[in-house]
Design a protein around this ligand. Structure first.
Ligand SMILES: NC(=O)c1ccc[n+]([C@@H]2O[C@H](COP(=O)([O-])OP(=O)(O)OC[C@H]3O[C@@H](n4cnc5c(N)ncnc54)[C@H](O)[C@@H]3O)[C@@H](O)[C@H]2O)c1
Length: 393
């Protein structure tokens, strides 16, 4: 007998729609599931999105008031896909109503807000999830398996990056992502969080960091009407406003294991389109993965004689989850399939009454790194990564 899980969602933009589509698809993709989602209520401030949520996605109802989502009696789990600076308040009200919470990364716009959200969830004893979806890519799972089994020897070096072009055009709109009061920090929250989270999963915690940041496009056209995304474009001569958070963030890092790492993220460079990628080097092998080619893993095993260099491993149904989408080998899966996998695993955790990873403790692990990075922007020096203590509200 499957458990029914009522879903309430706040913020029906890119990610809100992606999670909603995923919940609709789960019964078709995961026959082994222990829970069935029901799309109960969707919250968004834009009327057309509310209409779309009901008419096209099958939500029972929609509202402009996110509190009504958090407090709805038929909702078991609240999915938070609103702009970052709204996360904490929504998480707090959802937790106070006894709802489980899946919050998109980074969970709040500042390290302090992430701590506040984590404190609310742990006080309420609810299950938490955070949208570090790249953890679920089948070939990333395989990479983790190889590292865990020691097939690459001792890991000495890690390079993580997330290069996106979404802000490379100076006529790209000043959407919420570019404003400190709506997004909190810039790419260190939006993009670098994914890159560092994967490193945490693959090779463990970071002990110290030194870094730099820059804002390369200081002004952008104002969006009209207001609710447009970072993919929208203005015109020459449009009124502009200032970008108030960072376009670029980078770090040198020392892992607790002694491994050394470099991390970079940018939304304004030209070239890489969505290069969420890592290269990992051990004493007996190496591997590389890049979202732009998410169905390929480049693998070098030094034990292979004669040395053949890197080989390409294609994704296929012999790797975790892949066969739920498509059978065989080298028949690829896509970005939104990763969202479906994480949503499936989140519901499995709820059905079983178990914790889910990545949860708010993983969001806290990232912001501990981020807080040290931010201190290093000010000090210009190496800074230790220290746990961000949960603050009680
Ligand atoms: N895991 C990933 O790969 C990934 C990718 C993109 C975004 N995200 C995260 O998802 C979140 C949303 O990002 P997005 O790109 O979907 O943004 P978006 O701008 O596409 O959507 C945000 C939505 O929130 C709505 N909204 C704004 N204020 C609201 C309010 N007060 N009440 C209800 N709704 C409100 C907007 O109308 C819009 O529909 C962010 O936290 C972002 O970091 C994660």
């Amino acid at each position: 007998m499957r458990k029914r899980i009522g879903i309430g969602l706040v913020g029906f933009g890119w990610m809100g729609q992606a999670h909603s589509r995923s919940y609709r698809r789960l019964p078709m993709l995961f026959p082994e599931r222990e829970a069935d989602p029901e799309l109960v209520i969707c919250g968004d401030t834009v009327a057309e999105r509310r209409e779309q949520a009901v008419a096209a996605f099958g939500y029972g109802e929609a509202t402009a008031d996110w509190r009504a989502v958090c407090e709805h009696p038929a909702v078991d789990a609240v999915v938070v896909t609103a702009p970052n600076m709204l996360h904490v308040e929504i998480v707090e009200v959802a937790c106070a109503s006894g709802k489980h919470v899946f919050c998109e990364k980074p969970v709040g716009g500042t390290p302090e807000q992430t701590a506040q959200a984590a404190a609310a969830a742990s006080a309420a004893g609810v299950v938490t999830g955070v949208g570090y979806n790249y953890r679920f890519a089948p070939l990333v799972r395989y990479a983790a398996e190889l590292v865990g089994e020691g097939r690459l020897g001792e890991i000495t070096t890690y390079r993580g990056r997330f290069f996106s072009m979404y802000g490379s055009d100076p006529l790209g709109l000043l959407s919420w992502r570019f404003e400190q009061d709506q997004a909190g920090y810039g790419v260190s929250s939006d993009l670098l969080s994914h890159a560092v989270d994967l490193a945490h999963m693959l090779i463990g915690p970071i002990a110290a960091v030194v870094g730099t940041r820059a804002t390369f496009v200081p002004e952008r056209p104002l969006p009209r009407p207001a609710a447009q995304t970072h993919y929208g474009r203005g015109g020459p001569g449009d009124p502009t406003g200032p970008v108030t958070n960072e376009d670029y963030a980078a770090a040198l890092a020392v892992f607790e294991s002694g491994a050394r790492g470099t991390f970079e993220s940018s939304r304004t460079l030209v070239g890489p389109e969505s290069q969420m990628a890592f290269d990992l080097y051990g004493t007996e092998g190496a591997l590389s993965w890049n979202l732009e080619r998410m169905n390929e893993l480049r693998l070098y095993l030094a034990g292979d004689e004669p040395y053949t260099g890197y080989t390409t491993v294609f994704a296929g149904d012999r790797f975790p989850y892949h066969g739920n989408f498509v059978p065989g080998r080298a028949n690829g899966i896509g970005f939104e399939d990763l969202i479906a996998i994480e949503d499936y695993e989140f519901l499995q955790a709820l059905a079983r009454g178990e914790p889910f990873r990545p949860g708010f403790e993983d969001a806290l692990a990232y912001v501990a790194f981020q807080a040290a990075l931010i201190r290093s922007w000010e000090s210009g020096a190496w800074e230790s990564v220290v746990p961000i203590l949960e603050v009680t509200a």
